[in-house]
Design a protein around this ligand. Structure first.
Ligand code: BV8
Length: 245
């Protein structure tokens, strides 16, 4: 059984407003490779940072579209893991709870979390590359890119690429939440991508207790109030039991 310090349990029990930021690590135990994991198969030769950009899409739209189609295929076959479900459960126990995610897999929603703030969009949605209108359904044609049914421009994944601005409303809310929560949980993120990585520091600055859950250390570990070293799918269900059972 994972032991937690009395101080940590006390802080979580007393918390009126908990904010959470998740990264790819929270979906790792569902079978979705993280960005730090080496890409596999056909995609082993590419770095995500080189494919998830407007320039890459401009240069080779089919390659980028196929990378996302491959990732959608993986996402459509996996299920949320105990870490996702534990976060959905915490939301039931706390007066105010905000889940902010960098992930584009929609697994938090599938696990029952509501009002999830998707900082980087959602891979299961596409949008018109010209009008940015979200298109929920499209026909995959092998040789060409699916087209917007309204204006005929090619579709693109409804995600935020490197060099693109985050959805203003999502970022506004996330920054505001980080600045007003009592406790900020940073789970399964390497903290390498901005501006998402700055949320934990905003929380620290305003005096929130910051709790990190990650099997490895990150640049946040030494500054966190508590650093729980391990997999979120293991730690979070135990934490829920220890604090709210
Ligand atoms: C922006 C969607 C303003 C797409 C993603 C130069 C020019 C322009 C911008 C920049 C620049 N230099 C820097 C920047 C900013 C840039 C950036 O941060 N770059 C990085 C590479 C340095 N950011 C941006 O461009 C952002 N926009 O800044 O706009 C602007 C605009 C123009 C010009 C200037 C400024 C947009 C960033 C969004 C990119 N889109 N995703 C897609 O998915 O295809 S980012 C993507 O990568 C994810 O969403 C996520 O954010 C990031 C990966 O990070 P993690 O989720 O943390 O995953 P990672 O694999 O890194 O780590 C996994 C962790 O889990 C590890 O720590 C591991 O130990 C842990 N783990 C493993 N197993 C488990 C576990 N933890 C718990 N349990 C386990 N079982």
């Amino acid at each position: 059984m994972t032991e937690f310090s009395p101080g940590l349990i006390r802080i979580l029990r007393a918390a009126q407003h908990i904010a959470v930021l998740t990264g790819a690590g929270v979906s790792a135990e569902s079978g979705i490779p993280t960005f730090r994991d080496a890409q596999v198969g056909l995609w082993a030769q590419y770095r995500p940072e080189d494919l998830a950009t407007p320039e890459a899409f401009e240069r080779n739209p089919k390659l980028v579209w196929n990378w996302y189609a491959w990732r959608r295929e993986i996402v459509s076959k996996v299920r949320p893991n105990p870490g996702h479900y534990a976060l959905a459960e915490i939301q039931q126990h706390v007066a105010e709870f905000n889940l902010i995610t960098q992930n584009v897999d929609g697994l938090h929603q599938l696990a029952g979390s509501t009002d999830v703030i998707e900082l980087h969009g959602n891979i299961m949605r596409s949008k018109c590359s010209r009008e940015n209108v979200v298109i929920e359904q499209w026909v995959e044609a092998n040789e060409t890119l699916p087209r917007c049914p309204r204006c005929g421009a090619s579709l693109r994944p409804d995600v935020v690429w490197f060099g693109e601005l985050l959805p203003p409303a999502a970022w506004e809310t996330a920054a505001q939440v980080a600045n007003s929560c009592d406790v900020f949980l940073s789970i399964g993120t390497s903290g390498l991508v901005e501006p998402a990585a700055s949320l934990a520091h905003i929380a620290l600055q305003h005096g929130a207790a910051v709790i990190e859950v990650n099997p490895t250390t990150t640049s946040l570990t030494s500054r966190a109030t508590f650093a729980l070293q391990g997999a979120s799918g293991e730690i979070l269900p135990h934490l829920v039991k220890a604090v709210w059972a």
